[in-house]
Write a protein that binds this ligand. Structure first.
Ligand code: FEO
Length: 392
């Protein structure tokens, strides 16, 4: 794909990665992704904003073939999917300065072996004058690394946000056309990458609210011509209380835990509580992460394996602890054969979650009437707790 014009003097460059299915050897990418870079041609100076993932370097370099000069390479984020082609770009434009935060300079020097002399560090609010265009550098840390910033093109009221507001979708659309599809992908992106930083994202959103924005150009996914769509979504994700939802990640070996989980789901639904079940043996963890954005309660379903939780359940607990969703309540249901420390082990794996633990239900072998009654009691307790909090 060639360089594409967004508007006068502003261009999209980059690569559409239709085939990628995993990020960080962890995050599923069911719809691929894009690595967006942008070129702003001022009357006097030219700025390239970000680069692309190293395997896509040739694509970017081909797009730059007819660009005679670049004065600034604005690096919004040091992660390699945006910075990995900096050395190639700098090789072609040795006079260019890498404009970035002090923290990003350190990271880029460590990861790209770039010399300190290649950098121009910018303070929060610094302006890069391109002649008739001005790029303002707005520090927005922890979206999702400590060094991240946005660039605001004042004359065009355009915000370049890198990962912030991004979505992993491989699309040929330069601009968002299907907001429903993008909402799903952007929420998945928020859940997997941004959710642990909810508090500081709130502050960053407040900071950005001071800038009138006509267009948001992220470094993954299409460009937002309706910025309110994604700004409203982010404000909802970071500011809204949990909803009347129970997320149940579970794994079952001989169906006993599955019987318990299904009974719990039915009991909750009867009480008007929404449930989302995820069989950890087959689930897409991105879907699980998305469900955690809104959930008030997590109930982990696990059999006992080698005296503790099933490894898949331990994985889900570790993931939830790392993503820090705003859940309030947690419980555990499951079956065991002859004993173990499942509850203690799982409870010890979630120190980041500020949750009240509701009475777990563990049964020996196949669940019986007393076990189902205990599950009904758990469903009632969850329903009451949600009602007390006013979760709708
Ligand atoms: Fe798209 Fe944090 O890199």
């Amino acid at each position: 794909m060639k360089m594409r014009k967004i508007k006068d003097q502003i261009y999209w460059l980059g690569a559409v990665d239709w085939d990628r299915r995993l990020f960080d050897s962890l995050i599923p990418l069911p719809d691929g992704t894009t690595y967006n870079a942008y070129l702003v041609e001022g009357r006097e100076k030219v700025a390239l904003i970000d680069t692309v993932d190293p395997p896509m370097a040739d694509t970017l370099m081909d797009q730059l073939a007819d660009v005679p000069k670049i004065d600034y390479i604005v690096s919004l984020h040091a992660e390699q999917d945006h910075s990995g082609t900096l050395p190639r770009v700098l090789e072609k434009y040795p006079e260019a300065r890498i404009v970035t935060t002090a923290k990003a300079r350190g990271l880029l020097m460590d990861m790209m072996s770039l010399p300190e002399s290649a950098f121009q560090v910018v303070e929060d609010g610094a302006a890069i004058d391109l002649g008739d265009k001005t790029l303002k550098c707005i520090h927005t840390p922890w979206v999702h690394w400590p060094e991240t910033m946005c660039a605001y093109l004042e004359e065009d009221r355009m915000l370049f946000s890198c990962d912030f507001f991004g979505s992993h979708i491989a699309a040929s659309d330069l601009f968002v056309t299907d907001e429903g599809r993008v909402y799903e992908a952007a929420k998945r992106y928020f859940a997997e990458i941004m959710m642990p930083f909810r508090t500081i994202i709130r502050k960053n959103l407040e900071k950005l609210a001071a800038y009138p924005v006509d267009m948001i150009a992220p470094s993954h996914g299409s460009i937002y011509q309706n910025p309110a769509f994604i700004l409203d979504a982010y404000n909802d994700w970071v500011n809204s209380p949990p909803k009347n939802i129970v997320v149940i990640p579970y794994v079952s070996m001989h169906e006993s835990t599955k019987l318990m989980v299904n009974h719990l789901a039915g009991a909750l639904v009867e009480k008007g509580v929404r449930v989302e079940l995820f069989n950890l043996a087959v689930t897409d963890i991105g879907k699980l992460a998305m469900a955690l954005v809104d959930a008030a309660t997590i109930v982990v379903g696990t059999p006992t394996v080698l005296a503790g939780p099933h490894p898949y359940a331990a994985y889900a607990a570790f993931l939830a602890n790392a993503l820090k969703p705003q859940v309030n309540f947690l419980s555990i249901v499951g079956s065991y054969g002859w004993g173990g420390k499942t509850v203690e082990t799982l409870a010890g794996m979630i120190p980041n979650l500020k949750v009240a633990v509701l009475e777990p239900v563990l049964c020996k072998g196949v669940p019986g009437a007393a076990d189902y009654a205990a599950i009904d009691a758990l469903a009632a307790a969850i329903s009451e707790k949600h009602a007390e909090k006013g979760y709708a």
